[in-house]
Design a protein around this ligand. Sequence first.
Ligand code: URA
Length: 209
Amino acid sequence: MSKLQIVDHPLVQHKLTLMRDKATPSDQFRRLLREISALLCYEVTRELALEDVEIETPVATMVGRRIAGKKIVFAPILRAGMGFLDGLLDLVPTARVAHIGLYRDPETLDAVEYYFKAPPDLGARLVVVVDPMLATGHTAVAAVDRLKAYGATNLRFMCLLAAQEGVKEFQARHPDVPAWTAALDERLNEHGYIVPGLGDAGDRMFGTK
Ligand code: URA
């Protein structure tokens, strides 16, 4: 089974509570999502391999360390995943970005793809799939299926909120993909929304409801 890590850092938990509050307006919601995404990214990238590099400081020659290998790929699932992207690129500005357009069919809650664009050499890179909400798990599973079919072999998944049901589904379908979340909520309601959750992340970000 893949590992689920809950990032319980006080800054993350504080910001998440502000985001859950229905009185928080879209501009603050977006800013908080960007800030939390950088904090989550710090954890998701904690174990990246480093390599030695010789450099010259103004005073002496030394061996420093830098991240080894090819540049990371961030893969936001449209549209709510875009809310994570700026915070991720603040921390890793040289990363590549793969866009995955998936929506949930409101009747079946199945994921339907409408857009896919990724760098061609995914097999040589770490791919971090990002979506604020892991609800049924269908969308996250479909995104990882698609990226694997395109060649990705080293993947991680990052979300803000997860429901038990979605985690179970994701771990069963992609046991090789570790996941990070800020909180694990109780359950889904009959419309597939996380309870207590924060509502529709895309609508909260873009003020579409
Ligand atoms: N997507 C959302 O935006 N919110 C949920 O609660 C579940 C899926």
